[in-house]
Ligand binder design. Structure first.
Ligand code: ADP
Ligand code: PMV
Ligand code: MG
Length: 401
């Protein structure tokens, strides 16, 4: 039989920064998170050569499979779930401990693809992904990737409107739930905060799967510093769990304290939207950052490079904490409104002199989006084009094949 007719789609989703509550959120505590203005882009293109291909240039992964081989993994009428995951692992020759960057990304793609299309005919297609986010550095690259995969594959399967048709709340919920499954493969035991921010964008409070968007938030400026120390969220989440299991009476109060830090921070942010912002508001935000950084060290997710970020910025009077899973990756630094731009520049230089990447970011970008090839940055289209996206010439906005 012929492959189903697919629509091409071009989608993107933002990365995120967690202000407070990373790790604690996995154990049912509050987290405050914001979307970033750096995004992951995905182009899905229908093909007719009987293969499914994935191009992931950020992680140097370029793979193709024959549909006939994949079909053998599907068992008629069976619900697709962890059994499928196991069959895919076997198919890819993976053992449990052998989930590196490329394998996790590939497994996530194949899992969502097979789950969405497995009950009918598997379509021939090619997916190319490019991200402006550092991979595995605490800025939710895994969630942005999973959200893009879910959105594009749901579009292609016809489960949500495409191309370039408005997505309603139920469409976003469907994207988010599939992205969460992707995060389960990559994180092991995700809280869901990252895929939720990737789907809806903005700033939000997340508690046990419930999302409360913070509609009024003060404009805060932050520096992001990538120590470039590699780490895996899955390993760090497991490390925290082991420590909690080993010392429950010590670690449970630590999680409760982080929860209180997040709630106090949320209160201060709300106050800052209601009354004139004062230095005292910023002093409190800075103290909360310092407190949480120590608590994260107690949880065992610090790193000397992150301590260095804190020390270097504090020498300029600025306060930092790790963000995301820690163990390396990124830190955030709060900038006060009165902080002189010369101070910011010299702080950034000091951080770069340590070998770190450092940039100021604007927060609260939009969630998952569909794009016409005319509406995305030339250089991103250029990269996706390299991996088989048709050049945008006389073709119209609509990408229906
Ligand atoms: N642009 C991308 N292309 C392919 N895979 C990606 C991309 N971004 C993230 N991933 C997947 O997500 C994993 C990193 O996830 P994780 O350890 O949670 O770190 P992060 O803090 O960036 O979310 C990578 O190992 C890879 O499997
Ligand atoms: C540590 C955690 O709270 C956030 C992880 O974020 P990231 O993958 O490091 O960007 C885990 C989670 O919430 O699933
Ligand atoms: Mg992640």
């Amino acid at each position: 039989p012929l492959s189903p007719v697919l629509v091409d789609c071009l989608v993107s989703a933002p990365g995120k920064a967690i202000l407070h509550g990373e790790h604690a959120v996995v154990h049912g505590k509050v987290a405050l998170a914001v979307s970033l203005n750096r995004r992951t882009y995905l182009h899905l293109k229908a093909t007719s050569d009987g293969t499914v291909c994935i191009n992931l240039p950020n992680i140097d992964t370029f793979l193709c499979w024959n549909l006939s081989e994949l079909k053998q993994l599907l068992e008629a009428g069976q619900r697709l779930d962890f059994d499928l995951l196991k069959r895919l692992r076997d198919f890819m020759g993976l053992t449990n401990g052998n989930l590196d960057t490329s394998n996790m990304a590939t497994l996530t793609f194949l899992y969502i693809y097979m789950s969405l299309f497995g009950s009918g005919e598997l379509p021939s297609l090619k997916v190319s992904v490019w991200s402006e986010l550092p991979t595995g550095a605490g800025l939710g690259s895994s969630a942005a990737y999973s959200v893009c995969l879910a959105a594009a594959l749901l579009c292609a399967s016809g489960a949500i409107p495409a191309p370039l048709k408005e997505w309603h709340q139920e469409d976003l919920e469907l994207i988010n739930s599939w992205a969460f499954q992707g995060e389960m493969i990559i994180h092991g035991n995700p809280s869901g905060v990252d895929n939720t921010v990737g789907t809806w964008g903005g700033m939000l409070r997340f508690l046990a799967g419930k999302i409360i968007p913070l509609s009024r938030v003060p404009l805060i400026r932050i520096l992001l510093t990538n120590t470039k120390v590699p780490r895996s969220t899955k390993v760090l989440v497991a490390r925290v769990k082991d420590r909690i299991n080993k010392f429950p009476p010590i670690m449970i109060p630590v999680l409760d304290t982080v929860d209180a830090v997040s709630s106090t921070c949320e209160k201060v942010l709300t106050e800052m939207t209601r009354e004139p912002i004062t230095g005292e508001h910023y002093n409190t935000l800075e103290e909360l950052i310092d407190i949480n950084q120590h608590l994260l060290n107690v949880m065992g997710v610090g790193h000397p490079a992150l301590d260095m970020v804190c020390r270097v910025t504090l020498a300029k009077g600025l306060h930092s904490k790790l963000t995301g899973a820690g163990g390396g990756g990124c830190g955030i630094t709060l900038l006060r409104p009165e902080t002189d731009s010369a101070i910011i520049q010299s702080t950034m230089q000091d951080l770069k002199d340590c070998g770190f990447d450092c940039w100021e970011t604007s927060i609260g970008g939009p969630g998952v989006q569909q794009h016409s090839p005319f509406s995305i940055k030339e250089e991103i289209l250029e990269i996706l084009n390299r991996y088989g996206v048709p050049r945008v010439t006389e073709q119209e906005d609509g990408l229906t094949l």
